[in-house]
Write a protein that binds this ligand. Structure first.
Ligand code: DLL
Length: 433
């Protein structure tokens, strides 16, 4: 089943011709309308007319999360504010999150990508789709919502949380499709079992899951719990949101809608473009975007790509499951966190030494995060009451900085490891690689 068979099965040659036309047009637009690109490209003497082949994209510089943050909030918009119909933002409540702006047409393009993905999963107008992604600044909720409208499914915009209610609704409404992050999905299943409901009996046909890293074991567990196939959904705020890659029935890589996103895999140290089937960092370009064209964004996500025609008949390239990051970002409870945010919070809170470790675990099904930080000598000798109050204060600063609650433990001065060279401050015990 295809949502847009003609486009999804275009010959590679026709697809590449289409990509080139779109690339030329978006580079021209970015250069003419966005001072950031104009300055960057002029500085190195590359101009829109230098894009004569797809490979010429390699002449253009990369754009990074830092560039996007520096352009906060609307510095990369290519249209007047009156054309922008929706704004989303990556997590991070303070500091400078990344903002994503969409015109009416962008929202439609975004919905198109999700519609293709939902169709790959077998979700259509006869389905009832329960969307547990957060509706808010996170792109997961609304992205899936718009795609679901496009395919004509009945969407239940329940959002995250209220786990018992989720289960009741699944049962009463006859939910046939589920969308969740893998960790929340497993939690949902376990709570159902606790309540005496067998998730296998719920009649779930298909599951779309993503937004965080997972392993094949986790997929197996999800599929077993709900007795349904689980399809990987990948995406990121900067490029639009979910839908940058979705798995088809073959569950053998995520199809990138290549008429909408142009993928490259690079060596994250040298920036050199790698060939097919070699693991590296995914770089993405919006080929179809009015509000905020992003050209050559370094996602920092590690994967590989194949252009071999898929058994489903689609010709668009497939990336494999994301297996790591080339930076120190971690996703905890679905929220992207950088150690630098924790460091900032610690500095603001005071009374501690700048030595800390971030420990992420998943004792049951949900993530937990603990920050071990060395107390200053003074505080350490002031006793338990004082320590507790400092821990609470730090916890508040961390929540303010990252949006999530962390357990804070003050430890003895000089008790945490010191590093030579690059510090390794994150211990991720979740085994997600
Ligand atoms: O997580 C968008 C999304 C929503 C994707 C719902 C899928 C479903 P951000 O919050 O900006 O956007 O986080 C993007 O999350 O660079 C990856 O590191 C990670 N990520 C997203 N999907 C997957 C996945 C959304 N399927 C960052 N597998 C990305 C592994 C994923 N990691």
């Amino acid at each position: 089943m295809f949502w847009n068979e003609k486009i999804e099965t275009l010959s590679r040659q026709d697809l590449e011709e289409l990509q080139l036309k779109k690339l030329q047009s978006i580079v021209k637009k970015a250069f003419n309308k966005i001072p950031y690109y104009n300055k960057k490209y002029s500085e190195i003497g590359v101009y829109p007319e230098d894009i004569e082949t797809l490979k010429d994209i390699e002449k253009l510089p990369f754009i990074t999360k830092d560039d996007l943050r520096e352009s906060y909030p609307f510095g990369l918009f290519a249209v007047d504010m009156k054309e922008i119909k929706e704004l989303h933002s990556s997590s991070g409540t303070t500091g400078k999150p990344v903002v994503s702006g969409y015109t009416e047409k962008d929202l439609d393009t975004w919905a198109e990508t999700i519609a293709r993905g939902l169709t790959m999963m077998g979700i259509g107008e006869n389905d009832i789709l329960q969307n547990t992604h957060g509706y808010g600044m996170f792109t997961g909720g609304f992205g899936v919502h718009y795609g679901s409208h496009k395919v004509g499914a009945a969407i239940i915009p329940i959002s995250t949380g209220q786990t018992r209610r989720q289960i009741e609704i699944m049962k009463d409404f006859g939910t046939t499709g589920l969308i969740f992050t893998p960790s929340y999905g497993i939690h949902l299943g376990e709570v159902a079992i606790e309540d005496g409901i067998d998730p296998k009996e719920l009649g779930i046909k298909a599951i779309g899951f993503g937004a965080e890293m997972w392993t094949e074991e986790i997929r197996q567990k999800v599929e077993e719990i709900f007795d349904a196939k689980a399809y990987n959904i990948y995406g990121l705020t900067e490029l639009m949101g979910p839908g940058v890659g979705v798995e088809c029935e073959a569950q053998n890589g995520l199809h990138i809608p290549e008429d909408i996103y142009y993928p490259e895999i690079i060596d994250s140290n040298t920036g050199k473009v790698l060939g097919e089937n070699t693991t590296g960092e995914l770089v993405l370009t919006n080929l179809e975007r009015e509000g905020m064209p992003i050209i050559r964004f370094r996602t920092k996500d590690l994967t590989k790509i194949t252009y071999e025609k898929c058994s489903c008949g689609r010709t668009h390239g497939r990336i494999s499951r994301i297996t790591g990051r080339s930076d120190d970002m971690i996703k905890v409870k679905g929220v992207a966190i950088f150690p630098s945010q924790i460091e900032k919070a610690l500095l603001k809170a005071g009374d501690v030494e700048p030595h800390y470790m971030i420990i992420v675990t998943r004792p049951g099904t949900l993530d937990e995060i603990e920050i071990k930080v060395e107390a200053s000598q003074d505080i350490f000798f002031d006793g338990v009451k004082e320590m507790m109050s400092v821990q609470n204060k730090i916890g508040k600063y961390i929540e303010n900085e990252t949006g999530i609650r962390a357990k804070v433990t003050l430890v003895e001065p000089k008790s945490l490891p010191r590093f030579e060279g690059k510090a390794k401050r994150v211990i991720d015990k979740r085994n997600l690689h």
